[in-house]
Ligand binder design. Structure first.
Ligand SMILES: [Zn+2]
Length: 257
């Protein structure tokens, strides 16, 4: 099977976990703010750990193998991380969307229905996650791609639940809340195919793609998820969740990837 097909299937599977996470809302259940913040902290921890163990470190290894210099490899990784973060910062600037935390940002946000602002926010979030899974298969590293897809899938469940619960809180019906949460996850295969295709172009693109995906995720962790999990005073729970997620993804990467 080609790398692009693998990237598509794995990121689709990871994306569908967003809908699995939102299932309790479809069945009329909801969760406490404390549990929500703990679980989103877990999501942030998995993303953080995946950025380093499954993206940045393999990127440095790949660049060192290509150019024979740890310094060149480190500089490529650093530049790739910066570009990934800048790309998401630019999307944040120009795409109107609704932050969980800060409210509306971007051009003509007021003109759009609130529901679509939510969709944009999650699209920005999920696109780099799908891309991370796709680039994870680059260079034929199937084990790394699978461990990334497993980790991203795991952290998509609490994210899907958080989206569905937030929509329910705004008065949307159960089925609508569930379907929107599911739809946000379906952005991941788009990112997955693009990521896998990009790193299939040339071995020289691989270290850049890995670092770029990591930078994009780190931006979202710092800009969106950690502030969201801390704003109601549940810092201890959020940090416990983050630490657990970080450890779990590290174990996944070391044993699977
Ligand atoms: Zn996430």
């Amino acid at each position: 099977m080609s790398i692009v097909a693998l990237g598509l299937l794995a990121s689709l599977a990871a994306g569908l976990m967003t809908g699995v996470g939102a299932l309790p809302v479809l069945m009329g259940r909801t969760i406490s703010r404390k549990a929500n913040d703990t679980m989103l902290g877990f999501a942030a921890g998995v993303m953080l750990s995946a950025s380093f163990f499954s993206l940045i470190l393999p990127g440095i290894d790949a660049a060192e193998g290509l150019y024979g210099s740890v310094l060149v490899a480190a500089l490529i990784a650093g530049a790739g991380i910066a570009l990934g973060a800048l790309a998401i910062a630019a999307m944040n600037e120009y795409v109107p969307h609704e932050h969980f935390l800060a409210g509306r940002e971007g051009v003509e946000a007021a003109a759009l229905a609130k529901i679509w602002l939510f969709v944009f926010a999650i699209t920005i979030h999920n696109f780099p996650e799908g891309m991370a899974v796709g680039v994870g298969f680059g260079g034929g590293n199937v084990a790394n791609g699978i461990s990334l897809a497993t980790g991203i899938g795991l952290q998509n469940a609490p994210e899907g639940l958080a989206v569905a619960v937030a929509l329910r809180g705004q008065g949307y019906r159960r089925l609508t809340a569930f379907l929107i949460a599911l739809a946000t996850g379906l952005v991941e295969p788009v990112g997955g195919v693009l990521g896998a295709a990009a790193v299939s172009v040339s071995v020289h693109v691989l270290p850049w793609g890995l670092a770029f995906a990591a930078g994009a995720m780190i931006y979202i962790i710092s800009h969106e998820i950690i502030p969201e999990t801390h704003r109601r005073g549940h810092q201890n729970r959020a940090t416990t969740g983050l630490t657990a997620g970080l450890i779990l993804m590290m174990v996944l990467d070391v044993t699977l990837g």
